[in-house]
Design a protein. Sequence first.
Length: 621
Amino acid sequence: MAEKTSKQVLLQVLEPLKMTAVMPQDAAILAFQLLAWADQSAKGALESSDTIDAALQSGAMGVAETLERLAGAGGPLGQAFNNAAVVARSASTQVVAAASVAQRLVEGGVFDRYFPADVASDLLPWTPGYLPVPSALVRLLADLVMADDAQSIYCPWEFSGQFVAATLWSKAHVHAESVLSFPLPALMALFRKSETTLSATNTLLFPSAVKGGRLEKFEAVLSFPPIGVKIEGDVATRDLYDRFAVPKATATGLMLQHIAAQSDGLAAIIVPNSFLFGPGNDKEVRELFLRKRQVQAVIALPGGILSSTNVGTNIPVAILLLNTRHASETVRFIDATQPHFVKALPKGRIELASESDIIDYSLWTDDVRANSPDAFEHLDASLVATVAAEDVLANDALLQVDRYVMSPDRRRLQTLLDAAASVPLENLVEFVSPLPNKGRDGDFEGTQVQEVGAADLPPAGYIRWPSRSVSIQLTKKPRSGDAKDVFLRPFDVVLIIKGSVGKIGIVPEHVPPPGAGGWIAGQSAIVLRARDDTIDLRAMALMLRSRIGQELMASIQSGATIPMMSLSALRRLPVPSFPPALAKKAIEVLEREAQIQREIDELLIEQSELSESLWDNLLSD
């Protein structure tokens, strides 16, 4: 059913309200409230005096007064029609025309043909942190966690009504919570045949699903916790239910711990990509889930998946599938950013495809694998991977999908590296951090130096000359070693680890000495320095700058909007041990690159002087 067609339903009810002074957002919500009212009336769910037909007999006043009674009914019914009477009175007599259209549409079977959530898909206001989700993605989450015989479903941070709407067919009791007072969850609850509990609460501070002093447990959880919101107060200190083993976690980490505490089954949660690789407390939360064997699957979603909604965003997100009932000794990683899982839509939008493959791979059991060994034969290593939870823990507890699901080229490279003699990078180099920002271009008399940035790193040969001059003040107590360690030395390697991740430059032999005029690395770089005089890093740098080396470093890149490289992963990065003959050959290649670059520079100078000399000669004549 076309999304565009379902939206026409709301527009028909809205048409009479356009001629009123009602704000467009309020008018749109009232239009859907009228549709829900007509639907409840047609189903016989209301007292005869509260039906839309009875109200219309008394005109605009009858409509407003009946909506007011409904708002005072309590429970989902009262929440669904909160503020409807106020808006109806503002619409004056036009509300009668709108209600008549709603009644006619419902009597014609509009909700037999169209899904309520699709009809209401444009109603969500822009609210910082709270983002709507494409309906197909909501259905995927529901299919991942909701069994036919589920008895209880939990939807924390539900302000959109989308997750409640995804449970319409379920006989389970649904408990939804939101700190925001918005009628859509309650309106969607009216279309359910089973019990729905809606709580307006701050879920972290005051969870409402509590019985006998203990948190209720739910068989299925659907949630998209708010992104980028600030958590007020010391949530962990005030907690009564032992939810937070990592009390200083980020907001996302705290919300995920809360979900796990209220789950006794599967929980499908949309999370920002940054949680999957973030250091510090986010890493501790990942380690907690992995140690408890609660991570069943991670599904990378295509960029822009959230941009198809009316308040869309390009924030990269993924699905984290937790299983708090059965231990997951392995983690299934699915790269749904690949073409196999993506369908292009008009106007540059996208939606997921092959959802059944995502569901089946995420939920397969050993019995399924034993009975159908070829079930996932069409999903190769560039699409999915299954990794032991213990191995994920050993890899910094990183849950970023592209660390495990690899392209054929990267897989071949990894096989070659595994077969070759290699050592961790930290065995060869010291990692020298750049001078902190507070020591650069401040309000002080400093030393004038040249700063090497990403733009100064050439694709071949050595770094020629830094393009930026800065004034620095050396700290008396640098982060490590001597204060002059921040100055670049001959054959140091400058590696960009933030932004233009993976760019590499090799410092030439005749670099200026430390002090005025010396070279330092920019803030987005790390300096790789040989551990002793017997180690020449030029062969290694040349390899890392090559296509093979860039593929190798791509495997440890992360970042949502700004690409980054984890230092801990960089330290452990395996690099080949070069035999002396190969190292010598690599240095010869590097020197030849540098010689060619010098020749190019000389030719460019000659080129630029050709026309100038012509005009100089003509003018002198």
